[in-house]
Design a protein around this ligand. Structure first.
Ligand code: GLA
Length: 398
């Protein structure tokens, strides 16, 4: 569906669900794809993501009551009225068929804890075209979008970096997923045709123009559903923390990514569990790769950029153990495909997508041939998305 039809449908639905659409304003949050720097954000390292065309739209307006009313066109098809909760009643995570509301109400909870006061109720209707469970940050998109809506409609004046931090806090403390800052930062601070190089320890960031010349970004969904809330994501973080605390007994560092590869090697004897050491090795080497890759992109060395992407996948597979056989199959098929510069799993892992840099003239063949071979080898159908790189979340014109 194109943007105009999406927005028309949303206005019609808004009227049906909330009874009026007179003042509703349109907002959009992109999803994100991470080019390189995976599982480094929670270890104080660098990430290199960009915001993508696919995302979540929202229509929002103040209401005359004191409650937050929410409706999702993606999840609430069985309901004819919005989910409603008074701001003063938000306390704990909800379960049940409308559990998606934990993301927006989690954000409201965090903002109130930081002293922001909602003086009127708010109605929000959401519609997303991000594939569900694909690992393209639908959760972060929903959180950041809602934070920005609350800020605009209630006059909170929250800037993009703070919006990312509050959204991450909602995900960590309300939803219970101990994610790093990458996803929320990318969808909040993304810039059209640029990737964001973010130091997750200091939150210093810079933009790097994505000059891919005759190449395109292709996202391939393995269609192995990915859900980080129920995955071993929190366990991987714990394993890194265990490695960090072992190393801290012999070397003064505040996070794993403070170490160079040589230093990790030098202090490796202090890490008691070999599994924890492999996790640390991934984080430190991936941090080095992320920096080298952003330098390679700036220097126009796409071949180097691609090799680093491939190496990232290998480390996520062998050291961090967050790939699944389907993602490994997609990556291997892409590595052997003429016209592909680099390919790797992207996001948290345990299912979800790969990101590949493919020569423009070979994109169709990539989709046809890799799609067929993937189905033959795994029995699953892959989905392919050609995406543009876009700006971060905010109000948009209808
Ligand atoms: C998920 C998390 C991010 C990040 C990635 C892996 O997307 O939400 O914080 O850790 O996994 O790089």
């Amino acid at each position: 569906m194109d943007k105009t039809s999406i927005v028309e449908n949303m206005y019609a639905k808004f009227g049906e669900i909330f009874g009026s659409d007179c003042g509703a304003e349109l907002f959009f949050s992109p999803g994100r794809v991470n080019l390189i720097g995976e599982h480094t954000d929670h270890e104080g390292g660098y990430v290199f993501p960009c915001a993508i065309d696919f995302g979540i739209y929202a229509l929002a307006q103040k209401n005359t009551g004191k409650s937050l009313r929410l409706y999702s066109m993606n999840f609430d098809g069985d309901y004819h009225s919005p989910f409603e909760i008074s701001f003063s009643d938000i306390s704990a995570k909800l379960t049940g068929s409308r559990s998606w509301v934990n993301y927006p109400i989690g954000v409201a909870d965090v903002l109130m804890k930081h002293g922001y006061k909602f003086t009127s109720g708010i109605d929000i209707l959401y519609y997303g075209n991000l594939p569900d469970g694909a690992g393209l940050s639908s959760s972060a998109a929903l959180e950041v979008l809602t934070t920005k809506i609350f800020s605009e409609l209630s006059g909170f004046g929250i800037d993009g970096v703070k919006a990312a931090l509050y959204s991450q806090e909602a995900e960590n403390n309300f939803v219970g997923m101990h994610c790093g800052i990458m996803d929320q930062f990318a969808v909040s601070m993304g810039r059209k045709n640029n990737a964001v190089l973010l130091n997750c320890s200091t939150l210093e960031y810079s933009y790097a123009p994505l000059e891919l010349g005759n190449y395109k970004i292709v996202i391939t969904n393995s269609n192995v559903p990915h859900s980080l809330v129920g995955s071993e994501y929190n366990l991987r973080r714990q394993q890194c923390e265990n490695a960090l605390s072992d190393i801290q007994k012999v070397k003064k560092i505040s996070c794993l990514c403070d170490l160079s590869l040589d230093e990790l090697d030098e202090y490796s004897y202090s890490v008691k569990d070999p599994v924890n050491l492999r996790r640390a090795y991934h984080a430190v080497s991936e941090n080095v790769r992320a920096l080298r890759a952003s330098d390679a992109l700036k220097a126009g060395d796409l071949a180097m950029f691609g090799r680093l992407m491939n190496a990232s996948h290998v480390s996520l597979r062998d050291n961090y153990s967050v790939t699944v056989p389907e993602l490994d199959t997609l990556a291997s098929l892409a590595w052997e495909f003429e016209g592909v510069i680099g390919s790797r799993m992207t996001g948290g892992g345990f299912g979800g997508c790969t990101v590949s840099i493919v020569e423009s003239g070979r994109v169709k063949a990539f989709i046809d041939e890799i799609g067929a071979e993937y189905e033959r080898l795994t029995g699953r159908k892959a989905s392919f998305y050609k995406t543009g790189i876009t700006d971060g979340a905010g109000r948009i014109k209808t």
